[in-house]
Design a protein around this ligand. Structure first.
Ligand code: ADP
Ligand code: MG
Ligand code: ZN
Length: 611
């Protein structure tokens, strides 16, 4: 903006100076008096005129006494014609020295052209100025090709992380320790003829600390860390991805030994030839360039490329070939001990109350990733601040678990008494069936306070971390999922839309039982559907059907059968324990949330079934 103003100013200053020069040139030194033609004629008659200088229509008259006058004649007629018309004696005219001044050629030209020239000049100036702007843009456009990789953490930066900042992930750290050694002391390995690995692929679910680990490797080895995200490569402009890769590697080679970290490499590294849309060619080129650069490292260049993905299954096999990302480090979801350790890391600069047992928090957070846990403690701190407390209590931690899991509570969400009652019955149904079936996770909490998108919720938590699920367990879970709807139907004789999410989840699970887990006796032990990656606008849009129409029908039938059976199971339990259900609903209407202990107490006091 400043340069625009400056340019305009400059332009006007120039114009002004030009004008000033011209007017100066035209200005006579002494300003002569005016004289009419008639007076001039009279003066000539009286022989008082010494000379007349003619400058087109302007006349400069010098009298005998050296006085100067000016007058203007009509431009068409010459002075002599005019004087003749006035009947001046030609003899007297002859005595006057008449001198016709012609303006210098170029001046005349400019004078003639100036009216046309000025707008032209303005337009020219405008274009010149525009072109400068565009050039600036071009310069920026040129820089698109640069990687934009920030050397986020140069050597010895103050916010570097080390392995001690990464809790858990023991195996991954051990594996990566080797990389640190390579970077620190390459000779030790090369002298034995060992090749230093070029690429390390970190694989793990989102939030498990892949980025953190990569940074920690750079921190431990004390080398520069170049960070770029796969999605940054894929820009709208074709050809940019590849040149960014080139630029990134060039920068890195200069800074070797160092680490290049390509986050979310699946954004570029998907299997080639699988995808729709324009960015597909671009991705391919970018990927090729990465491969070319990795192959092109000269021996002894100590640059290690680390990449992270949560979708190793979609990566192009070429990336995984020896000499590329042949080191693969899997980062598991944290188990209970890891979770406790991660919580400890993030609790370091937060004042926790004495009573807070992070082990207990870890117990309640199966399936949480490192990022979730960090988020949990942050939410707890915010909650504590809102309550004007000085220390984070266990209560805040527990509330934050639910918030992270299910979204914020919506206490202000007003529901009618009728809706509240329906919600209470619905959730009580889930809880009751979950309690009665032996293989499901115990109920931790029931609530009819709206949270996130759910009207109410029943929180079940496994006693220990689970990696596998048995068929019995899954089938029982189906019954728990459908229980809400069963109760609505049995008690109110009607179903609300509140059950639709349950229904969707149950259907999905039932379908998986049949098509993925081979748990249907009818269709047998095989999988159905070969999920091919077709990416369109970031979505998978196609599942390749590798089975017949007949099989599809059988699958549908089996899915329905699982669901119907689950429905019956739930219905039987609810009929059987109807009095307990009523008891749970009563308590829920009263207190809105029931903790595990309160919930279990109901079963001890409840009378045996009556209906
Ligand atoms: P990813 O790259 O795998 O998606 P990040 O490395 O970005 O996950 O992790 C996000 C955040 O979660 C980190 O900044 C860190 O605060 C926290 N975190 C994740 N895993 C751990 C861990 N093992 N130890 C400590 N903090 C962790
Ligand atoms: Mg990440
Ligand atoms: Zn439900």
């Amino acid at each position: 903006m400043r340069s625009i103003a400056k340019n305009i100013l400059l332009f006007f200053v120039l114009l002004f100076i030009l004008g000033a020069v011209f007017s100066l040139y035209n200005q006579p030194v002494v300003k002569p008096k005016a004289m009419s033609i008639g007076e001039l004629v009279q003066n000539i008659d009286e022989e008082k005129v010494k000379s007349i200088a003619i400058d087109s229509e302007k006349l400069e008259i010098t009298l005998a006494n050296d006085e100067k006058f000016t007058t203007v004649k009509e431009p068409e007629d010459s002075l002599t014609t005019i004087l003749k018309n006035y009947n001046v004696d030609p003899l007297k005219i002859r005595k006057v020295a008449i001198e016709v001044k012609t303006a210098p050629g170029w001046l005349m030209l400019i004078q003639a052209l100036l009216p046309f020239l000025i707008p032209f000049l303005i337009i020219l100036g405008f274009f010149w100025f525009m072109s400068r702007q565009v050039q600036g843009m071009n310069n920026r456009a040129m820089s698109f090709g640069q990687s934009g990789a920030k050397e986020a953490e140069p050597k010895g930066g103050k916010d570097r992380v080390a392995f001690k900042d990464v809790a858990g992930a023991k195996e991954a750290k051990e594996e990566l320790q080797e990389i640190v050694e390579f970077l620190k002391n390459p000779k030790k390995f090369t002298s034995l003829g060992a090749k230093i690995p070029k690429g390390v692929l970190l694989m793990g679910a989102p939030g498990t600390g892949k980025t953190l680990l990569a940074r920690a490797v750079a921190g431990e080895a004390d080398v520069p860390f170049f960070h770029i995200s796969g999605s940054e490569f894929v820009e709208m402009f074709v050809g940019v991805g590849a040149s960014r890769v080139r630029d990134l590697f060039r920068k890195a080679k200069k800074a070797a030994p160092c680490i290049i970290f390509i986050d979310e490499i699946d954004a570029v590294g998907r299997q080639r030839g699988a995808g729709l849309g324009g960015s597909h060619d671009e991705r391919e080129q970018t990927l090729n360039q990465i491969l070319v650069e990795m192959d092109g490292f000269e021996v002894g260049v100590n640059v290690i490329v680390m990449a992270a993905t949560n979708r190793p299954d979609v990566l192009d096999p070429a990336l995984l070939r020896p000499g590329r990302f042949d080191r693969r480090v899997v980062i598991d979801e944290p188990d209970i001990a890891d979770r406790e350790a991660i919580l400890k890391v993030h609790a370091k600069n937060k004042p926790l109350a004495e009573e807070v047992d992070l082990r207990k928090v870890a117990e309640r957070t199966p399936g949480f990733s490192g990022a979730d846990l960090a988020n949990l403690l942050n939410e707890a701190a915010i909650l504590t601040a809102r309550r004007n407390k000085k220390k984070i209590g266990f209560e805040e931690c527990v509330e934050s678990i639910e918030k992270v899991m299910l979204g914020p509570e919506r206490r202000s969400h007003v529901i009618s008494d009728k809706e509240k009652k329906i919600t209470a019955y619905h959730e009580a149904g889930h809880a009751l069936v979950a309690h009665e079936l032996p293989h499901t996770d115990p109920v931790h909490k029931i609530s009819i306070i709206a949270r996130g998108r759910a009207g109410g919720y029943t929180l079940k938590l496994p006693i220990e971390d689970k990696h596998y699920h048995s068929k019995t367990e899954l089938v029982e879970n189906l019954a728990v999922m459908l229980a809400g709807q069963v109760v609505e139907k049995e008690v109110f004789g009607d179903i609300t839309t509140g059950a639709s999410n349950d229904l969707m989840q149950a259907t999905k699970l039932a379908r998986k039982l049949v098509t993925q887990y081979g748990m249907s006796d009818v269709v047998g032990p095989r999988t159905f559907g070969d999920k091919e990656e077709m990416i369109f606008l970031g979505r998978e849009i196609r599942e390749h059907r590798d089975y017949s129409e007949k099989a599809a029908e059988a699958i549908d039938q089996e899915v329905s059968k699982f669901l119907k059976k689950a429905y019956t199971t739930a219905k039987d339990i609810i009929k059987d324990k109807y009095s307990v259900l009523e008891e749970i609903v009563k308590k829920l209407m009263e207190k809105e949330t029931l903790e595990k202990e309160e919930f279990e107490a109901i079963f001890k006091t409840a009378k045996p079934a009556t209906t």
